[in-house]
Ligand binder design. Sequence first.
Ligand SMILES: O=C1O[C@H](COP(=O)(O)O)[C@@H](O)[C@H](O)[C@H]1O
Length: 238
Amino acid sequence: MRSVVVYANQQAVADATGARLGVALSDVIAQRGVAHVVLTGGTVGIGLLASLASSPLVGLIDWTSVHVWWGDERFVGARDADRNEGQAQRVLLGIVPLPEENIHRMGSADEFPTAESAAAAYAAEVAAHGTPAWDVLLLGVGPDGHVASLFPGHPVYAAADLVEAVAVHDSPKPPPNRVSLSLASINRAREVWVVAAGEAKAAAVSGGLAGDKNLPVAAVAGTERTLWLIDASASTEI
Ligand SMILES: O=C1O[C@H](COP(=O)(O)O)[C@@H](O)[C@H](O)[C@H]1O
């Protein structure tokens, strides 16, 4: 099932999605005992975590039952400001009582010689946890229609279907070296939530919803539900 929800502006998308995530995590834990959430970087992706951190909902979640994963990561030094995990750590993960062993970071350039070795290690980490069907998987969208670090026309996007995680080089958006979940891994999620705000995302949103095969964002779907959580500016071309 696919639904599109349009909010007034970027902050409203972040606030509503942060609250939605808090409720979803509590529900999943009540139903299944453990929740696997996949985070995204980007403006809305980090904004919604900050919003959840300042919501009363944050205190209702049993964080010891939450496992946190990433859809993609920039393959740079561990302390680089570009790291998606560092940004998430600052706004939410470092504030809530989340056990360190439940935080599944993609490897940095300080720990691994190549993005390939970091991707292989991440695939092994996913396998070691039973290759979970992600309960909620968040995805930002680039103006070019990329999701995670799967970019339109990039050779890795076309080839990345049979593995869990891939190394990406020559990313059109800096930094050039990245690690990403594959489309197959993304589409194992029970719920995929695509978040986008701003006029720059309008073409990617309309192309994605129309099923433009050139756009990675058009190829993502949850097995139970796909939610597009966007603001009015990003919805102008639908
Ligand atoms: O590089 C990335 O970009 C996308 C979208 O970011 P945004 O700032 O345009 O919202 C993000 O989803 C991805 O995780 C990140 O690595």
